[in-house]
Ligand binder design. Sequence first.
Ligand SMILES: [Zn+2]
Length: 199
Amino acid sequence: MTAFKNTLITCQKCGKRIAVKARDFEKGAIQCTHTGCGYLNPLVQSYYDERILLGLPSFGHLVYVANPVMKYPLRLGTNVIGHSPTCEVVVERYVHEGKCYISRRHCTLEVLFNKWTGRFRYQLQDGASDLDSHQYKNSLNGTQLNGYLLQNGEKMDLVDRGLLGLGGKDVFRLEAYLIPEKMLESYRVTKAIEPDETQ
Ligand SMILES: [Zn+2]
């Protein structure tokens, strides 16, 4: 950590400037001295280095509820799910009374890393971009999140153990990947916030 001499920061609550001494940086926070404010401004920030993503064994997977031996791994970033071989997650053409309810490119699940919490976020949207026209196309029979039918263009978070329904007949359970605490700690970055320019 850089050692700061006396410097100024802007209070996150009242916007006025506060003088910060080196010992405040050691404490990690400073209380605003302006009348009526008193906000405790953090002087360090902590997040997880994204290089942690290079060494992970998994980014979570989907389990077919009707037959849990069917598991579909997810990747970081965009996962188009459907039965077309062009999808990142290719599911079987599950058939019910002679009909398949899953579209070729049915829905899109974004796997995002939150560097502040060290957790993954799984954001679901019905439909996918068409590879030829590059236009976004909705599925024929809709996408459900825990039984709720997603509306056009609506994005919602699928949480661990949440249920993803494709076309109303086939349901998949999300098994989110949780990075082990010990590994997270070894990628934690803590650094002092940037002070304002000294006058
Ligand atoms: Zn203040």
